[in-house]
Design a protein around this ligand. Structure first.
Ligand code: OXD
Length: 310
């Protein structure tokens, strides 16, 4: 029987995923990886930020399944073996990300943050009806997550554009692609949502130049990776009034250090990398389907292309 090993950065998370995956794949023997124990000899690994020694020790692995959508940290490991790597493709994350974005966007476009202030003053005043045309949204990154978010916002009535490396089609969304169309995409966007993968090409993309190209009074929503943002440039743009609000779920350093200016900045909303969390049942379905396909000699979806980094 093929053995599967689960390896994460925390023993309690490893135990948790071990029991979730064992229930989903009863025909396989699944073990948890522990530093200092002999190699498990497993054929497949299910991982999330595995300990440094993991890949030095487990030499029989034939494929890796990442317990998340982003593989930037995994790909950066110098000892990552050259075997197929699969990532979660949606697994409930697209709906959560949409909810996160709608929550923050509607608090501005529908005036909910103003109503919260009014309540503190026992003040009853109805604001003008929403004018979605005032909130052109730009979604950077049109993979499974970005396309879903863009499409759902378009259905709500926001003018939505999307930007990706290469051309694609997303219903209801105006598409821009490649470096040549980036500036045009930015200059029509007031709410910029980042859902790009973190690669050598996209690291630091939210910088002074980008922030200066957006419509005045813009909003940044970053739910991809902290490494996309040049923090000093964003803070300067917030302080100068160029950007009215930054909603940040991910950071260059996580947990965000207690002394970081984002925590107390009046124009920044901080959440602790929770815009979308991996859901047990959906991740288990996707990974178990993938492992069964591989075991039968078929190639599952979600294969990461190492050459482009996602
Ligand atoms: C992911 C994440 O990549 O949770 O799935 O950040």
């Amino acid at each position: 029987m093929s053995r599967i090993v689960v390896a994460t950065s925390k023993p309690e998370a490893t135990r948790h995923w071990l029991s979730v995956m064992q229930a989903a794949l009863p025909e396989f023997e699944i073990v948890g990886w522990e530093p200092g124990e002999p190699a498990t000899g497993a054929r497949y690994a299910i991982v999330w930020a595995p300990p440094k020694d993991f890949f030095d020790q487990e030499k029989n692995l034939e494929a890796l399944f990442n317990l998340g959508a982003g593989v930037d940290a995994l790909i950066a490991l110098p000892n990552l073996p050259d075997i197929p790597l699969f990532r979660l493709q949606d697994a409930g994350m697209a709906a959560q990300m949409t909810e996160y974005v709608v929550h923050h966007l509607a608090s501005l476009s529908r005036g909910f943050s103003t109503y919260a202030q009014q309540q503190r003053q026992s003040h009853w005043e109805q604001l003008s009806p929403p004018n979605y045309a005032n909130w052109p949204v730009g979604v950077m990154g049109l993979g499974k997550l970005g396309s879903h978010v863009a499409q759902e916002l378009a259905k709500l009535g926001y003018p939505v554009a999307g930007w990706a490396r290469s051309h694609r089609q997303v219903d209801g969304v105006e598409i821009f692609h490649g470096a040549a169309q980036f500036e045009k995409f930015l200059s029509r966007s007031r709410v910029l949502i980042n859902l790009l993968p973190l690669t050598d090409d996209t690291r630091g993309i939210i910088n002074h130049e980008l922030l200066a190209s957006l419509m005045p009074d813009s909003v940044i929503i970053n739910i991809a990776r902290g490494g996309h943002v040049v923090d000093d440039d964003l803070l300067k743009a917030l302080n100068s009034g160029r950007i009215q609000l930054a909603v940040l779920d991910v950071f260059n350093q996580e947990p965000l250090p207690a002394e970081h200016p984002y925590w107390s900045h009046p124009k920044v909303r901080v959440t602790p990398h929770v815009a979308a969390v991996t859901l047990d049942d959906q991740a288990a379905v996707q990974i178990s389907r993938g492992i069964r396909s591989l075991a039968q000699g078929q190639m599952p979806g979600g294969l990461v292309r190492r050459d482009i980094g996602y």
